[in-house]
Design a binder for this molecule. Structure first.
Ligand code: HEM
Length: 144
């Protein structure tokens, strides 16, 4: 039963972290409309969701046998999930410390980190889907 919680929570960090980046970029185009605040709060909620996803993911992974063909994908998925958390955690610290005010160089660096974060969350989700839909992890289908 605890292993079924992971699919329940993972949609929140995926949607929230992607929204946070989109809102932050929208704020560059339309400043002064409160989009920076929306980006900040979605970032915080998304980060919290990512932390819960890591905990629930580690619990779900215990149901995967050590000789499962899904193991390689699971290991990569776990690593990407943790790195995703670290990257968005770094962004949180950067935004918090700078109060959203950046020099041009730091702004570009922040956008690069955001692009890395977006790629990571998409890759993590894609590999998670592969675990379920290719290998049948977490489903009633008997594992090969
Ligand atoms: C930011 C962190 C994470 C995200 C966004 C994420 C996302 C996903 C997604 C989208 C799925 C497919 C669910 C479905 O289609 O029903 C999945 C499945 C899975 N993930 Fe993650 N994941 C994260 C972290 C982790 C970690 C750290 C582990 C630990 C090994 C893990 C283990 C699993 C397992 C075992 C499955 C198969 C389904 C299940 O048994 O619940 N995940 N994940």
């Amino acid at each position: 039963m605890p292993e079924t919680i992971h699919p329940l929570v993972i949609h929140f960090p995926i949607a929230l972290l992607l929204s946070s980046v989109l809102l932050s970029w929208s704020n560059l185009i339309w400043p002064g409309k409160g989009l920076d605040k929306a980006a900040w709060y979605t970032l915080l909620l998304g980060l919290a969701g990512a932390a819960v996803s890591i905990i629930t993911g580690l619990i779900a992974a215990q149901a995967v046998p050590a000789n499962s063909p899904a193991l390689q994908t699971l290991t990569t998925h776990r690593l990407l999930g943790i790195v995703t958390f670290v990257i968005f955690g770094l962004q949180t610290i950067c935004v918090w410390r700078s109060k959203g005010e950046y020099s041009k160089g730091k702004r570009i660096l922040h956008i690069v980190i955001q692009l890395v974060g977006v790629s990571l969350i998409v890759a993590t989700g894609a590999l998670g889907g592969e675990l379920v839909y290719t290998f049948g992890v977490g489903t009633a289908v008997p594992l090969p």
